[in-house]
Every structure is written in C-alpha cells, then in structure tokens.
Design a protein around this ligand. Structure first.
Ligand code: ATR
Length: 283
C-alpha cells in the first residue's frame, strides 16, 4: 500500500499555505503535484490559522523546521509585519504572500504576484519590456503588478473607481500615473496591455461597467485579467470577440506559486499545459 503516495520521512521538506479559511486553496494540489514531478521529498499542506493565531502559528512552523509558507487572506498584513527581511518585491508591492524560513533563523518575506503576472504574460509570447500598461483597480494585486511592470521599463497608468486609491498607489510607486476611472477610455490608445485587477466580470455581463469600448481598441492590445474563476471573464470574452489577444489569470496563479516553490525546494518546477490542466479540472 502507498506505493503512489509521497514518502513522508525524516527528510521530508515541508511547506504550506496559511489562510482562514483555506480549504478552497488550489495551492496544495499544485505544489504536491510539482513535488512528485520534480522527485522532491516534500509535502505542502493547507494550514487553517485563525487571525489571532498567526504569529504563534508562524513561529511554530518555523520551529518545526518548515521551509516556508504562502500566506493568504486574511493574514497578508500580519505577514508583512512578522518578517525580519523584506525582499525588494515585498517592499515595492507593499505586501507579502510568501515566507521563507532561512537557515540563519530569519523570516524572509516576498511578494511573488507581480513577477508571476509578468512571467505568465511573457509565457504567452507577449513582449512586456518597454510597453505601456493601463491597470484597472488599485488594490494589493494592482500594486504588485505595477511594481513588476515598472521594473521592466513599462509605463504604468492606473485607473480606479475610487480616485484616492489610485493616487495612493501612484504616491507609493514612483513612475505610476493615476487617472480617473472615467478617463480609462482616453488612456487606452497607445497602451500595449490592459490589465484588470478588479472583481468586475467574475460573474455575468460586465462590459457596461468598463469605461471604454474594446471595439475601438488597437488590434495589438493584449487584454489580461487576474481573475481565474471563471477563466473566461466578461472582459476576456469581450476582448476575444473583438479579435484581441487575451491572457487569463490562471497562469499568474501558477507562475507566482512556482516562484515560491523554487525558494523552498531549490528546484524550478515545470510550468506547462499539464499543470494548467490539473488546476483547470479543479476549478
Ligand atoms: P485586491 O487587493 O485583491 O487587488 P481589493 O483591494 O479588494 O482587491 O480591490 C478591488 C478593486 O476592484 C478595487 O480597485 C475596487 O475599486 P475601489 O477602490 O473603487 O473599491 C475595484 N472594484 C470592485 N468592484 C468594482 C466595480 N463594480 N467597478 C469598478 N471598480 C471595482
């Protein structure tokens, strides 16, 4: 018995995801599949941790020899606070989604969302460097993506329904230009990428909620959504119907996870259609 099960023994490398709730997370599926693929003796587990138990849990996991953890809702602010060393990605994005327990006893904090976004878009054959992007939304995901795009010399314009949040994002990242939500349509011509980080289009018809008309868009525009349930969001359907290239959010989830995997387990996992199919079947 157990021939196909991972071997758990004294050498098993441990990682996981801390959330509350966390049962819905696809991360264990993805990481354990990669561990098997890469022949790494490791395990990745869901870790349901109540908000007031975050610090206790993290210290405990560190003491128990975990390599690190992903951190998801509602612990992102606590994660930012608990780290001893904030990686540049975490500083720039103002958030931490990946903790690494280093061999010298420190807790290192990374944000892999922005670089995961860029890696995914590039994996779709899109030339990111030197382009210009219109970002919709000004939450945590928008800031992480803006930071990674700026690092690649991309001009970044942010439009948000609540203008003050776009201004705050621009104030925290030199190089970002904030505009009114209603101005998004006039900012679109000349952009190489349109990136939706808002929740618009997660269900139902949504194009009326966007302040632009994709029928008028430059045919070279690449339209990206970070939402992956459903994979074909209203925005992506609208873009595809107008002959525009689209990039959905599932690949970003996979690429950002791959960056964490590499830090904990020392191997870059294979990112291809098979892992995408694995997750797609689970959506
Ligand atoms: P995250 O941190 O995951 O990016 P968030 O902080 O909840 O998410 O941000 C959600 C984004 O979606 C915000 O930019 C929000 O706009 P506001 O700042 O004005 O709230 C945007 N958003 C959500 N629903 C929207 C809608 N119907 N129209 C326009 N923007 C919307």
């Amino acid at each position: 018995p157990g021939r196909d099960r991972p071997r758990i023994d004294g050498h098993t490398l441990l990682a996981g995801v801390i959330g509350w709730p966390v049962a819905h997370s696809r991360s264990p599926l993805m990481h354990n599949w990669w561990l098997a693929q890469c022949g790494v003796n490791g395990a990745y587990v869901p870790l349901p941790v109540a908000p007031d138990q975050f610090d206790t849990a993290v210290r405990g996991l560190q003491a128990a020899g975990f390599r690190g953890v992903n951190v998801t809702i509602p612990h992102k602010e606590s994660a930012y606070r608990i780290v001893d060393r904030l990686h540049r990605s975490a500083q720039r994005s103002g958030s931490v989604n990946t903790l690494v327990f280093s061999s010298d006893g420190r807790i290192e904090g990374y944000s892999t969302d922005g670089d995961g976004f860029v890696a995914n878009v590039e994996a779709h054959g899109v030339a990111v460097k030197g382009g210009s992007a219109l970002l919709l939304g000004a939450g945590g995901a928008a800031r992480a993506i803006a930071a990674s795009l700026l690092d690649r010399g991309v001009r970044v314009v942010v439009a948000n329904r609540t203008r003050a949040r776009a201004d705050a994002l621009a104030a925290s990242l030199a190089g970002v230009e904030a505009i009114d939500w209603a101005q998004a349509g006039s900012a679109l011509p000349g952009c190489t990428m349109l990136v939706n980080t808002t929740s618009i289009g997660m269900e139902g018809a949504a194009q009326v909620q966007f302040p632009f008309d994709l029928a008028q868009a430059d045919p070279e525009l690449v339209v990206c959504d970070i939402v992956y349930v459903p994979r074909q969001t209203a925005l992506l359907k609208w873009a595809a119907a107008n002959g525009l290239r689209t990039v959905d959010g599932l690949g970003m989830l996979i690429h950002q996870a791959g960056l964490g995997f590499e830090k904990w387990f020392g191997v870059a996992p294979g990112i291809g259609p098979d892992v995408e199919a694995l997750l797609d079947a689970d959506l």
